[in-house]
Design a protein around this ligand. Sequence first.
Ligand SMILES: Cc1cc2nc3c(=O)[nH]c(=O)nc-3n(C[C@H](O)[C@H](O)[C@H](O)COP(=O)(O)OP(=O)(O)OC[C@H]3O[C@@H](n4cnc5c(N)ncnc54)[C@H](O)[C@@H]3O)c2cc1C
Length: 404
Amino acid sequence: MNKLNAIIVGSGLAGLTAARILREHHDVKVYERGDSSTATGGQGIMIAPNGVKILEFIGYNQTLAGAVPILGFRTFGKDGTVKEDINVSLKHKFGADALTQKRAEFRNELIRLATAPSAELGIKGSPAQMVFNSPVVALDPEEGIISFKDGSTGSADVVIVADGVHSQLRKFVLGDDGYETGKTGLTCYQALDGLPLPHWWKPETCKNRLSLIYSGDESARFVTVYPFSHQTFFSLSCIAKVHPSSKTAVESWHTDADLDQLAELFSDFHEPLRRIINASREVKVWELRDLEPLPTWTRGRTIIIGDAAHVMTPMQGQGANMGIEDAESLRLLAPGTLRADVPGILKLTESVRKLRVEQVLSETRKAHCRLGVVERMARNWEFNSSYSGVEDALDAKRKDQAEP
Ligand SMILES: Cc1cc2nc3c(=O)[nH]c(=O)nc-3n(C[C@H](O)[C@H](O)[C@H](O)COP(=O)(O)OP(=O)(O)OC[C@H]3O[C@@H](n4cnc5c(N)ncnc54)[C@H](O)[C@@H]3O)c2cc1C
């Protein structure tokens, strides 16, 4: 059966999932500018049922990733009183739990899925080939040719651009380098060090809840806490509107936060939380940005996926989920696909993915100016989590078009 040569640029969450999807029927090479330990920063990540369903289908091992299923949400006022304690069986409702994970452990498991021997995964095909320390600097999207700094090139039947939020290759597909992320007015602080466990988080009391602590006022400050690494560590993120005196106008994963500024920002929150913040030694800061919908994701034999194609804030926890869904949609490059058919299939893929991503972005933006993020998330759980892959989405689209 004919196999395509596929090049994936970027070994982030979207690129690695794409590598696992495509390796089953095609020859896959992943080019990554960093080394094998490269992982986007930040400590934790929550993958919602829509992403988890796809991951489970491709053999994701939750135990290897230290993943913790989220069985509900608990909200607190800034004085520490419990406002809501909601038990939700997402697995029962949507066919999969939401999982919280350490980013590095999540990525390691995706690397296993992309590169393990096929017999270990019980699939056909060959492992994806990983090429680290190889930044791609240019791209001919029509011909499927990538270029490196030393002038050497690589060519493929299909190129998947998954080089993240600061994509350098997006412009080659769009023919314009004017598409950049914009500020949202929100700043996120994330603690990276091992922290003392608050009593409301301990495994026996937290009941696998994701906890949110709100300021409950115009400042819209809130703190998110959830467990990962088999419940041995937890993620602490503090989000606030950009502080007027902020010098933290950055969007990288690697910028140290001003700890005094963070402590001051949350100084009116209850004492146990302040103690955790004060005990943190390594806190990173991001100015949260997002991206206006792009006019297209494809050109010739190239498609952009993941944050390279769409950037949204973590206010619904759907950014990486959208990248996983994009990657899964590449199964439309079915076994036996011919090189000549690739551009048409990529256009079809875009037609299913782009509208859904734009709706998720729009709902995420609405969550920026609301305090009730749980309420917003709950409102959108149905739409976000009931997604069951590209084939179903395509069927639904065909039915819609067939209806008078
Ligand atoms: C604070 C914060 C919290 C978040 N929390 C959540 C959450 O809980 N749930 C959720 O679903 N989403 C969350 N997100 C969003 C999520 O982090 C991103 O959507 C996701 O990491 C994007 O994955 P990606 O594979 O597209 O890009 P990345 O993970 O950024 O990967 C891109 C890769 O491409 C490589 N690369 C870049 N340029 C080149 C080049 N020229 N050549 C070769 N390689 C290159 C990079 O080194 C990197 O490995 C959060 C985001 C933020 C900022």
